[in-house]
Design a protein around this ligand. Structure first.
Ligand SMILES: [Zn+2]
Length: 300
């Protein structure tokens, strides 16, 4: 386990938002043998495909048809970093964000939500950043409480979120508030949610303060990074046959596991001299994606 974690940390530790463990699925389709690098093709798409909405494949190995764009500003949200053109998602995700932002706006100090990266117009791998966020079902929500929702386009490029962590993520800092917990609790309690990724210290803080029903904690998973934002991953929508769900989290509130993460932050295990080097990160080719993703790419 230690060796595994060391390898994972080496592989993924520096990037912000790479929460993915989608199983490898092989596809025999018209894209078999297509060695074109998928991120180059999907990263160049400027608009969604004119198709009925669908997610294809897994969160870190897929694409999306018929994506919608989250309106740049709504009554209880603003999409940030518009230049990235990553405010695209499946309709269920758009609805979810609007619903969650309405709840957030009931919290003292929060006018709603600042919404970070969702997916590219046709999903797929990205030229920079995330490994997941490929199917229109992932969204990053900023930890910064919005005090106004009239940020200009330029302000949305320049404004930064704020970190919630202390001691490298073992603990929350003094910016963490009961409102953060209330919003994450609401996000996790939504039946559309599969998982929420947040830094380990936040999960343990919520484990310690949660009262009443603790079922929602099951979906809140400790992960690297995720102290400037939390990441919501929705389940495949009902009837989405081409969409691959992740296995559900193990039963229980996951609090002991999160405490284990914190222990390893505070007392890092010594490096294992026999640990194999992490495998090189291979770029996904079109052949690695579901066959439908070629249609998504080629559609109007
Ligand atoms: Zn994310």
């Amino acid at each position: 386990m230690v060796r595994f974690l060391a390898a994972v940390i080496l592989t993924f530790g520096l990037a912000a938002c790479q929460a993915d463990d989608t199983p490898v699925v092989s596809f025999a389709a018209q894209n078999a043998g297509d060695t074109r690098i998928a991120k180059t093709l999907f990263g160049a798409m400027q608009a969604g495909s004119v198709q009925s909405p669908q997610s294809f494949g897994g969160y870190a190995r897929g694409c999306q048809a018929g994506a919608q764009q989250l309106p740049e500003t709504g009554p209880t949200w603003q999409a940030m970093r518009l230049s990235r053109n990553r405010n695209w998602a499946q309709p269920t995700t758009i609805d979810y964000i609007q619903d969650l932002s309405r709840f957030a706006a009931t919290q003292p100090g929060w006018e709603g939500l600042y919404v970070g990266d969702m997916s590219q117009p046709r999903g797929g791998p990205m030229l920079t950043g995330h490994r997941s966020h490929q199917t229109g079902l992932d969204v990053d929500i900023w930890m910064l409480p919005p005090d106004r929702l009239n940020l200009t386009v330029q302000e949305r490029e320049n404004l930064s979120s704020i970190s919630m962590r202390r001691n490298a993520g073992a603990y929350t800092n003094d910016r963490w508030t009961p409102q953060h917990e209330a919003i994450i609790r609401a996000a996790a309690s939504d039946p559309r949610t599969a998982r929420i990724f947040v830094f380990p210290g936040a999960k343990v803080a919520m484990c310690n303060s949660a009262t009443g029903d603790r079922g929602w904690l099951n979906k809140v998973r400790p992960w690297w990074g995720h102290h400037y934002h939390f990441h919501v991953r929705l389940s495949c929508p009902p009837g989405a046959t081409g969409c691959t769900d992740q296995a559900p989290p193990p039963p229980g509130d996951g609090c002991a596991e999160a405490e284990g993460w914190v222990d390893r932050i505070l007392n890092p295990p010594p490096p294992d001299p026999n640990a194999p080097p992490p495998p090189p990160r291979r770029e996904l080719t079109m052949a690695n994606l579901p066959g439908q993703c070629l249609n998504v790419l080629n559609a109007n």
